[in-house]
Ligand binder design. Structure first.
Ligand code: UDP
Ligand code: MG
Length: 525
């Protein structure tokens, strides 16, 4: 690419230690009719897609082939999560680090002080803006800020398939109404590791008909990396989740030391983290999900990127796009939203040519996931028997740890578990009814979390979950739950969110669609 790409960008790649372009970068730079062409690009996780969209966009901006006046945003990048926006902005800064005139890249994401971020945006007039949809909509509703985005040259949707799914599509469409129309000629770039067919039905909102379609994945090739062995471990009951996970991590941490464990809801992840931090593993425990403040999330992200070892208990806030170097194992506990989400979670390991392993822990009733996703090469874990035996023998240890955890934390995990399934449309596939779900959750709470009785549930929340009148609940009066009335996180009010805004901060809410399609639960992740 020497001679073609801006020399300062080439210099920056060199400084970053990237001497060869990755295949997707190569394809984008050679296959596009020109670097201002609309495109849909699919390449596996961790193969350098970020630089693949930044390079042509920045090059065109630097070569002055852009019609964007100085002081305005030329490149607008939209991502589903705040952490991903921060990560992309960092890559952009690295790529522009060798320019003689600095090129500013700013981020606009939820969960940060809006006023100061907005003032910075207005003052510093960035050429590149990386944003999550909620905060971007918010900026665009201000005429002076919208003016700064009135000559966009390139619009990138990273994780494009999720950006064009039900949960985000309305936001994206609204953003498109607030920036100049497509007919003004801005370039649309859509990137993802997964492009389910239905995405193509709506892709025309950002791409012109006749757009270039690039994929580095063969037609019948699995969407995950061949070098990642993928296993499932099945449990007979969900009550065994904690012991089985303990046993599995014990076994796996003999060979893996930097691990990510995904859970189904934020509150379940919080319970895992609390339990493991109390002695279930010698590894350092990290925790990330939407129930934590953005400053904690950002700090944890940085720490885990830097860490040589440790376990990050995570919800889908880091399920896509995030680059934590050298993660050698990804464990998913419970069902991912769909086959695509499974692929993205697995994609947190084996990045940039490294090796990795992936394991999914499911109940036997949930094993339909493998049947509905036959294209995924998931095999039984070769040591399933040892893991199951190990689970039985660590029951006492896990119970002891569970006794030390506040009932409120367990209650929230319990409630979120019920909310997740109640809103998921999965009960049929699990062959249980609503009463069966409550029974299952009760069993998990009593046997798995060492609760003395089913955790108390508020009637209003039960109602919001659509479970009014379902037997098996330990009905609480409001007072039971709010034991500490001034404690913000006391069990009830925030557990079920039916509406989110970007307070949902990008994928803080479960989104429907996908392999277990038709799922539209509202449980926060
Ligand atoms: N990377 C690389 N060579 C490159 C560009 C990136 O080795 O030319 C590394 C990058 O530092 C990161 C990893 O590859 O650690 C994944 O990059 P990215 O997040 O862009 O991958 P994506 O999942 O978006 O394809
Ligand atoms: Mg990416």
């Amino acid at each position: 690419m020497a001679g073609k790409l801006d020399s300062k960008l080439l210099q920056a790649l060199d400084v970053m230690g990237f001497t060869n372009l990755t295949p997707v970068q190569q394809r984008v730079l050679t296959d596009l009719p020109n670097w201002r062409s609309d495109c849909l690009v699919q390449a596996k996780t961790g193969t350098g897609k970020t630089i693949a969209f930044l390079l042509p966009a920045l090059h065109c901006l630097l070569q002055g082939s852009s019609a964007t006046p100085r002081g305005q945003v030329a490149i607008l990048i939209i991502t589903p999560t705040r952490e991903l926006a921060q990560q992309i902005a960092k890559s952009c800064d690295q790529l522009t680090s060798q320019l003689s005139t600095p090129l500013r890249c700013d981020i606009a994401v939820g969960g940060t002080a809006r006023a100061s971020a907005f003032a910075r945006f207005m003052r510093e007039a960035p050429s590149v803006l990386v944003a999550t949809p909620g905060r971007l909509k918010d900026y665009l509703s201000d005429p002076a800020a919208a003016e700064k985005m009135s000559n966009i040259q390139t619009l990138v949707l990273d994780e494009a398939d999720t950006m064009l799914e039900a949960g985000f599509l309305a936001d994206v469409k609204q953003i498109l109404r607030l920036i100049p129309p497509k007919s003004t000629g801005w370039q649309g770039m859509c990137f993802s590791a997964t492009v389910p067919p239905k995405v193509r039905d709506v892709i025309n909102v950002v791409l012109k008909p006749g757009y270039s379609s690039i994929s580095t994945i063969e037609k019948n090739e699995a969407p995950t990396h061949e070098r990642v062995p993928q296993y499932h471990v099945l449990m007979s009951s969900v009550a065994e989740t904690f012991t089985t996970l303990t046993s599995l991590i014990q076994l796996e941490s003999r060979t893996s030391s930097k691990i990510i464990v995904f859970g189904v809801t934020a509150n379940m992840v919080a319970l895992f983290a609390a339990a493991f931090a109390r002695g279930l593993t010698p590894l350092k425990v990290f925790e990330i999900h939407s129930r934590l403040s953005q400053s904690v999330r950002t700090k944890t992200t940085e720490q885990f990127k830097e860490a040589d070892s440790g376990i990050l208990f995570a919800s889908d806030v880091i399920g896509r796009g995030m680059d934590f170097p050298n993660v050698d194992l990804v464990i998913q506990v419970g069902l991912p939203t769909n086959g695509e989400q499974y692929v993205h979670r697995v994609g947190r390991t084996a990045r940039a040519g490294n090796d990795g392993r992936a394991i999914i822990l499911l109940t036997e009733a949930e094993s339909f996931f493998m049947k509905t996703n036959r294209h995924l090469p998931i095999k039984p874990h070769p040591q399933t028997d040892a893991i199951t035996a190990g689970a039985a023998s660590c029951t006492e240890t896990v119970t002891k740890v569970m006794y030390t955890i506040e009932e409120e934390k367990k209650q929230r995990a319990y409630s979120s578990f019920i909310g997740f399934f109640a809103g998921s449309g999965l009960l049929k596939q699990l062959r249980i009814d609503k009463a069966g779900l409550v029974q299952l959750a009760n069993e998990m709470a009593i046997k798995g979390m060492a609760c003395p009785e089913p955790p108390p549930m508020d009637k209003k929340i039960i109602g919001k979950m659509g479970l009014k009148g379902v037997p098996g609940f330990n009905y609480a009066s409001g007072d039971d739950l709010v034991r500490r009335p001034h404690h913000r996180t006391s069990g009830k009010p925030r557990d079920v969110l039916s509406h989110g805004g970007d307070r949902r901060g990008g994928v803080e809410k479960r989104r429907g669609g996908g392999g277990g399609r038709g799922r539209g639960g509202s449980q926060r992740v």
